[in-house]
Design a protein around this ligand. Structure first.
Ligand code: SAM
Ligand code: DTB
Ligand code: SF4
Length: 316
């Protein structure tokens, strides 16, 4: 049975030393806490999205500095994946600014990308918006392992930031992904101006997904000029740590991804998030459209923490 909001809140509000101790203990029961998975994101289709997600620079409704780009060539994507693999990445995640998947030539091209990246021996994840079960099955048959589709926030906050789709439609896509036998990657964003209670309800919605998502991205909101949320106050760092730790305790076996917003975080905050149970990051100079800290910095950070890249060859 999934926990009540009060039970989740009680974990979230623990004194930080106790919260971190419990999260770090849960982390060690299922994972090697010295290792962080390096993933690479590739924005295969950028901007001009018909949805109105208030946080997103890729919505066509807002005037941002973003350069709109049509679906990339398959060969270009595969070259990017090979480069990412050489840099230590074990997972390649391709994202498209689509409302939904359509059964057209673009989807055929994505299936080719999936097949190609899977052929390189990398874990393949895609995030393409809403999709149905037959489409999810085709992705799986092409070698896709994981579909990313975030619930993003609590049901009530969601309705204040997106009008072009319903929270329940997110859940329907996640159900289609599950039914097709793909792994589910689903999490959300913190720091959009939601209350702590709304964050608790966001986590509670995740606990109601059965089975639990194999992977949970926690994105720190990145404010982008031109979007409706551009002027929201930055998230207090310890509130991020509390969310990571609570997610780790609720989902000891899931991968917790410290996703967007790392370029705005100090090294010490990231170290605390790793201690609280985050065990995956997106490397590179860019996420989908916003900056990342860059591979050199991430390699330096892990080394200075005495940690390792998960699955990377051990150097003599
Ligand atoms: N269009 C698809 C969808 O919405 O599912 C896939 C791409 S969309 C950019 C993937 C995720 O990026 C969103 O669910 C959201 O969690 C995250 N995201 C978008 N803009 C963000 C921002 N400004 N800060 C943090 N995360 C963001
Ligand atoms: C997720 O939850 N975070 C990644 C991945 N899924 C696709 C994307 C973060 C994007 C952040 C905003 C941007 O760079 O455009
Ligand atoms: Fe489009 Fe996804 Fe951005 Fe929403 S979050 S505007 S659906 S790309």
């Amino acid at each position: 049975m999934s926990p009540t909001a009060a039970a989740i809140r009680a974990i979230h509000d623990l004194p930080v030393p106790e919260l971190l101790f419990r999260a770090a203990t849960a982390h060690r029961q299922h994972w090697n806490a010295e290792e962080i998975q390096f993933c690479t994101l590739d924005s295969i289709k950028t901007g001009a999205c018909p949805e109105d997600c208030a946080y997103c620079p890729q919505s066509a409704r807002y005037q941002t500095a973003l350069k709109v780009e049509p679906l990339k060539d398959v060969a270009k994507v595969l070259a990017g994946a090979a480069e990412a693999k050489a840099a230590g990445s074990t997972r390649y995640c391709m994202g498209a600014a689509w409302r939904e998947v359509k059964d057209d030539a673009n989807f055929e091209a994505v299936l080719e990308m999936v097949q190609g990246v899977s052929g390189l021996g990398m874990e393949v994840c895609v995030t393409l918006g809403m999709l149905n079960e037959p489409q999810a099955k085709r992705l799986k048959a092409a070698g896709c392992q994981v579909y990313n589709h975030n619930i993003d926030s609590s049901r009530d906050f969601y309705e204040t930031i997106i009008s072009t789709r319903k929270f329940d439609e997110r859940l329907e896509t996640i159900a289609a992904v599950r039914a097709a036998g793909l792994e589910v990657c689903s999490g959300g964003i913190v720091g959009m101006g939601e209350t702590i209670e709304q964050r608790i309800h966001f986590l509670q919605e995740l606990t109601e997904l059965e089975p639990a998502p194999e992977s949970i991205p926690i994105n720190q909101f990145v404010a982008v000029d031109g979007t409706p949320l551009a002027d929201v106050d930055p998230l207090p760092p310890l509130e991020l740590v509390r969310m990571i730790a609570t997610a780790r305790i609720l989902f000891p076996k899931s991968r917790i991804r410290l996703s967007a917003g790392r370029a705005q975080m100090s090294d010490e905050l990231q170290a605390l998030c790793f201690f609280a149970g985050a065990n995956s990051i997106f490397t590179g100079e860019k996420l989908l459209t916003t900056p990342g800290p860059g591979l050199d910095h991430d390699q330096w950070l892990l080394q200075s923490l005495g940690m390792r890249v998960e699955g990377a060859a051990v150097r003599a």
